[in-house]
Design a protein. Structure first.
Length: 447
């Protein structure tokens, strides 16, 4: 039982200094020159060259331009790709946009020759065989994540993988176990973990200021008349001649004894499925894996809670009946051995949010843009808060923390720093990502 001394308020200035020091990695061009081994650049290969991968390519190029010891050297994607400009009209507004995705356009962006069959290929195994590749960035559809990370570990590569770590609990655990047995540096791309508020929250939780943590709350909410993920472009250039459909499916491969996807006989070529795979349960959990997984990961990272005891998932497809098989409303309830309960919900039918809160016996913590709000609670005084939030509650402490300018770049800086120090404790290591999948892996609801 903690003593009263355990609940003393922390010195906020010292707290913020410690939080900032432990949560960010922001090397300047000059300080990169002091990094050991700066002349030996980390050579990155990109596995998957869709929209999300372009953000990674741009981050690596910007870091390299700033003097970071990193360079892109290879790309892999199942689609030849396309570069063009187009007009998009939505919400009464027309904008002109650039589009550059797929294998050959990404090769050009990385400074590679599209006709280089060694470093520009549709077969990721050929990339993993290259001694000139030190690390890979996996930004494929979700169903490929676990298999590619396992293969990359076996090939001796460091790995940046987009979340989720796997489609199932078994897959995520298999990756976490393989990572623990290796000497590889692996990070999972939960971009919001770049925010120092997460580390600051964990320090506050461990200071016992909130008392025992008993309840975690969060959610993710979107609303788009086009249908969530249906706004991704389908193009005439996406056809059986330009896409290796067999490799996209990955039906010949498994992870943790589970087949990655249906066979071409069961799932014939379809450009809509290729471009909008997040709408199909064969390749994605939809709002569970794309929207709730990062929320769960952030709450677990901010509390240190890991050991899932039970999970209940509920939801369905109520409005977006456009051929998708993922739900448009879903709620996950999880209980942990640490004596804590988690309640997260998501919908693609409404944009109205819920507060992201950590509740303890002696107080609560709310995440806000640019910091944390802390609330005091005293069980000796009974129930003092109103039964509903008619107006915002006044916190006893406001902890201002500057969010990162670019979350993706911040995650990459941390990843490169951990590679340099051979430190497996990245902002999102596999054990944390696997704990999140232990919650969201139960929720891949089929409608």
């Amino acid at each position: 039982m903690p003593t009263s001394a355990d609940h003393r308020p922390v010195d906020r200035r010292k707290f913020l200094r410690r939080a900032a020091a432990g949560a960010t990695f922001a090397l300047t061009a000059n300080s990169y020159a002091a990094v050991a081994g700066v002349n030996s650049k980390v050579r990155i290969a990109f596995l998957g060259c869709g929209g999300r991968a372009q953000a990674h390519v741009n981050a690596v190029k910007q870091l390299a331009a700033a003097g970071a010891p990193v360079t892109p050297v290879a790309v892999c994607d199942v689609w030849d790709g396309l570069s063009d400009e187009f007009e998009s009209t939505f919400g009464g507004r027309t904008t002109r946009r650039k589009y550059s995705q797929g294998l050959y356009p990404t090769a050009v962006t990385c400074g590679l020759h599209p006709d280089d069959p060694v470093h520009v290929t549709k077969d990721y195994h050929r990339i993993l065989d290259l001694k000139t590749v030190d690390a890979v960035c996996v930004a494929t559809p979700d169903h490929w994540h676990a298999r590619m990370v396992l293969d990359a570990i076996a090939a001796g590569k460091d790995v940046y993988c987009e979340r989720p770590l796997g489609r199932s609990i078994a897959q995520a655990n298999a990756v976490a176990e393989a990572a623990a047995k290796s000497d590889r540096v692996i990070t999972i791309g939960v971009q919001s973990l770049a925010d120092p508020s997460v580390t600051a929250a964990l320090k506050l939780v461990r200071s016992h200021r909130l008392g025992p943590v008993v309840h975690l709350q969060g959610g993710a909410f979107r609303n788009d008349a086009r249908g969530q993920w249906r706004f991704y472009r389908t193009l005439p250039q996406m056809n059986p001649k330009t896409i290796d459909w067999d490799l996209f499916l990955g039906h010949r491969f498994e992870a943790a004894g589970e087949k990655l996807a249906p066979t071409p006989k069961d799932r014939a070529f379809d450009p809509v499925t290729f471009a909008q795979w997040r709408c199909d349960t064969a390749f994605s959990g939809g709002p569970v894996s794309d929207m709730l997984n990062p929320v769960v990961t952030r709450l677990l990272a901010a509390t240190g809670v890991r050991n899932v005891k039970s999970v209940t998932a509920s939801g369905g497809l109520y409005q977006e009946r456009d051929g998708r098989t993922v739900p448009d409303v879903v709620t996950l309830l999880a209980e942990f051995d640490e004596g804590c309960h988690l309640n997260v919900t998501a919908t693609t039918l409404s944009n109205y949010p819920v507060e992201e809160v950590i509740r303890g016996r002696l107080g609560a913590l709310k995440f806000v843009r640019g910091g944390l709000h802390v609330f005091a609670d005293d069980p000796a005084k009974g129930t003092t808060f109103p039964p509903r939030l008619d107006r915002p509650l006044a916190p006893v402490d406001v902890i201002a923390i500057e969010p990162p300018r670019n979350e993706t770049e911040t995650i990459w800086r941390n990843f490169l720093d951990c590679i340099d120090r051979r430190d497996p404790n990245t902002l999102c290591p596999p054990e944390l990502a696997a704990a999140a999948v232990a919650v969201t892996g139960h929720g891949a609801l089929t409608t």
